[in-house]
Design a protein around this ligand. Structure first.
Ligand SMILES: NS(=O)(=O)c1ccc(C(=O)NCc2cccc(O)c2)cc1
Ligand SMILES: [Zn+2]
Length: 259
């Protein structure tokens, strides 16, 4: 169907602009971050995460990544501060990763990729009524990006559950998980105005990319690669890996750096 997209040769990032012309827009993500060219902004306060009452609901394979969804009917888990004018509600988190431990992150730093990248997706429930509405507005979303380079003690809770969502379309309960345990100690960050990194590629995201990577082991990363892009009922088993979009043009945008 028209909106079918993926990461393969024929349906991958270089083909997305056919069905999603905004792919060639002026605030696309990810980007290559050049730390020395980032403008240090002393007015940029710290990122504040209130995840202590967060309610995870399920873990799912949506055919593009593995996603953990959260209850977002009230302000129980929000991100605020930093470049954000008000609290944004946690909706879901998901990952992007490579094959055999090489590339995998979406943002890069001076041309260097990490093995993987975690995205915590939040929406502006002060200004918009639904996620869908926020996802199409310039100040609708805030995504916290965390690089993942080599053993992470908490990640086993995710990797132990991956076998339950091997196939596209599978969903299982995943309650009581607080994503704060996935974050590195320091939340110094870069921030810039960008987009969703997958179709529909809406230019609605305030990106907050944390500088310090979290450590995951090759073994843990290997478990993400046991997932497949395809449904259980389909014949082929296409291993889920390299589900990342390469860096896009900056087109004059400024990247700001917290202290
Ligand atoms: N990789 S990313 O964090 O930029 C990202 C985050 C969320 C989404 C997403 O929610 N896509 C589905 C969607 C998009 C717009 C409106 C909707 O209701 C759902 C896509 C990419
Ligand atoms: Zn993402």
């Amino acid at each position: 169907t028209g909106n079918q997209w993926g990461y393969g040769k024929d349906d991958g990032p270089s083909a997305w602009n056919k069905n999603y012309p905004v792919a060639d827009g002026d605030r696309q993500s990810p980007i290559d971050i050049l730390p020395h060219q980032a403008r240090h902004d002393p007015n940029l306060g710290p990122i504040v995460l209130n995840y202590d009452r967060c309610t995870s609901i399920n873990i799912a394979n949506n055919g593009h990544s593995v996603v953990v969804e959260f209850e977002d009917s009230d302000d129980r888990s929000v991100i605020q501060g930093g470049p954000l004018d008000n609290p944004y509600r946690l909706k879901q988190f998901h990952f992007h990763w490579g094959g055999k431990g090489c590339h995998g992150s979406e943002h890069t730093v001076e041309g260097n990729s990490y093995a993987s990248e975690l995205h915590l997706v939040h929406w502006n429930a002060v200004k918009f009524k639904t996620f869908g509405e926020a996802a199409s507005a310039p100040d609708g979303l805030a995504v916290l990006g965390i690089f993942r380079s080599d053993e992470h003690r908490w990640l086993h809770m995710i990797t132990d559950a991956l076998y339950t969502v091997k196939f596209k379309g599978s969903v299982t309960d995943f309650k009581g998980f607080n994503p704060k345990c996935l974050l590195p100690s320091s939340l110094h960050y870069w921030t810039y105005l960008g987009s969703l990194t997958t179709p529909p590629l809406h230019e609605s995201v305030t990106w907050i990319v944390v500088k310090e990577p979290m450590i995951v082991s090759e073994k843990q990363l290997g478990k993400f690669r046991t997932l497949v892009f395809t449904g259980e009922e389909e014949d082929e088993r296409t291993r889920m890996e390299n589900n990342f979009r390469p860096p896009q043009l900056l087109k004059g945008r400024t990247v700001r750096s917290s202290n």
